[in-house]
Structure formats: C-alpha cells, structure tokens
Design a protein around this ligand. Structure first.
Ligand SMILES: C[S@@+](CC[C@H](N)C(=O)[O-])C[C@H]1O[C@@H](n2cnc3c(N)ncnc32)[C@H](O)[C@@H]1O
Length: 202
C-alpha cells in the first residue's frame, strides 16, 4: 500500500516523517520555520560516540547519521539515490561516486554531468572539509560552488541534495533553494557540522 504521504511531500511531511521515525529522541525532532519568507526545516542532532564503529575510515559518516537523513526521504528509493564522496560506504542499491575509493562512478564530482548518464531524486554528499582533510584522501581541496553546480546537473528537478560540511557551501540560488539546516554534534572534540538540505528548483 502506498505511504499516506506519497503524493505530495511538503517540508512539514518530511519533518514529521523524521519525528515519527525517531519518536524516542524528542530533542532531535525537526521543526519547520520561516526564513526570509520561505519554509526551512531546522534541528540539531547529537549523535554520540560509537564504540563499535563499523569502519575506521578517516571522516566516515557519524554513527546513525545516514539513517536519520534517509528518514526525511521515505519516498525516495535507494536506486534513485546517489552518494557523492562515498568513501567507505559499502556497495548497495544506491550509486556511489568517489575519486579514490571503490564506487560505481569512480570519478571526480565535477565529472558527474558527463559520466552519470542519469539524474537522481536524492544526492547525499560528505566532502573533505578542508585542504588538510583532502590531503588525507590524496585529493585536491573541493571547489564547493563547482561541486554543487555539477551535482545540480545530476539531480531531478524538485530533487534534493543533503550536504554535510563545516560551512553552508557556496551555490547558485537559481539552481538550489536551501530547505533544511540541521546542526550536527557528534561527541566531545569532534568538529560541529551542518547538514544543509537543498532542493533543485531550476
Ligand atoms: C569525508 S570522506 C567521505 C566519507 C564517507 N562519508 C564515509 O562514510 O566513508 C570524503 C571522500 O571524498 C572523496 N573525494 C575527494 N575529492 C573528491 C572528488 N573531487 N570527487 C569525488 N570524491 C572525492 C575522498 O576520496 C573521500 O573518500
């Protein structure tokens, strides 16, 4: 049976889907506020330490992070999802893109428009945050504006990008509207990050 929210997914529906999925953690619940006249999802997630971390990969997603992001998009099939900067993510029904690590698209993010051959309803991205971080992967620092332009070209119109970073990345407001901001705290002595959710509008 189709999900009751299957037809039109508003930001309120997405926040509610998250809040229902993680009903046991009310402090992590999302709200929808108005920012410069437009609705935006707001929240803060404190993820905590995972002493049985499945990977020792430098910069791997914090524990539980992906489950939380995906709870916002129960309408998107894994097969319509692209993980850019996929790092240690294991193979799945989704598509991965990474310049160095094993991936279905073993290329730079900038090459996606030429190589992906399709668009995706949801893109998740976890870039190196700084030149020093990039050096750990033996890659050049990321040009965020160029990366967001390339990702825009492989995202469905109306589709979403969930970008984890230490800053709100530079982007074209013609292509992307910011529809979500979630502060991410892992545990003590980890950098605080922001999950920015964008929607492709043009
Ligand atoms: C922060 S890590 C991502 C880790 C991932 N979230 C995980 O859970 O393992 C950044 C990744 O970006 C990849 N990378 C760096 N520059 C890239 C580029 N221009 N295009 C695609 N991937 C790149 C690196 O190889 C590295 O695996």
């Amino acid at each position: 049976m189709a999900h009751p929210l299957a037809d039109v997914w508003t930001l309120r529906d997405r926040a509610r889907a998250y809040n229902e999925r993680f009903a046991q953690w009310p402090a992590s619940h999302l709200v929808v506020v108005r920012e410069q006249g437009q609705e935006v999802i707001y929240g803060r997630w404190v993820l905590g330490q995972n002493y049985q971390a499945p990977t020792k990969f430098y910069g791997a997603y914090p524990p539980g992070f992906l489950d939380r992001v995906l709870a916002l998009f129960p309408d998107v099939a894994a097969a319509d999802t692209l993980h850019v900067f996929s790092g240690s993510l294991h193979a799945g029904e989704y598509v991965r893109c990474d310049l160095v690590q094993p991936a279905e698209l073993p290329c730079s993010v900038y090459d996606l428009p030429a190589l992906a051959g399709r668009t995706f309803a949801l893109v998740l991205a976890d870039p190196p945050y700084s030149k020093a971080d990039a050096e750990k992967y033996t890659t050049p620092a990321i040009d965020r504006a160029k990366a967001l332009a390339a990702i825009g070209a492989v995202t469905d119109l109306g589709g979403h990008l969930a970008w984890l970073d230490t800053c709100w990345p530079m982007h074209s407001k013609r292509t992307w509207r910011t529809v979500g901001r979630v502060a991410i705290t892992r545990s003590t002595n980890h950098r605080t990050r922001d999950l920015t959710v964008f929607q492709r509008v043009v």
